[in-house]
Design a protein around this ligand. Structure first.
Ligand SMILES: [Zn+2]
Length: 77
């Protein structure tokens, strides 16, 4: 596997959609290549943070307050 292949497979890797052998090749390349290792780490962090945000609940009333604020801005108040 080379760097370009790794970057193209990254999304599937974090989705768990890669066959085990390919995932192992990806991990092996990342272990040997500092550039790809930081790519994998950064991407993994982004995926985890996105998952946290997706699970976070918006407190009641926040959506309404945001709509009110946007409307106030739009009306120039
Ligand atoms: Zn690489």
């Amino acid at each position: 596997m080379n760097c370009a292949e790794l970057s193209q497979l990254l999304l599937d890797y974090f989705d768990g959609a890669l066959p085990g052998l390919i995932a192992a090749e990806l991990r092996q390349h990342a272990a040997d290549c500092a550039c790809c290792r930081s790519l994998v780490e950064t991407y993994g962090l982004t995926v985890r943070l996105s998952a946290d945000v997706a699970q976070a609940e918006v407190p009641p009333g926040v959506a309404q307050r945001v709509r009110d604020a946007v409307r106030a801005l739009a009306e120039g108040q």
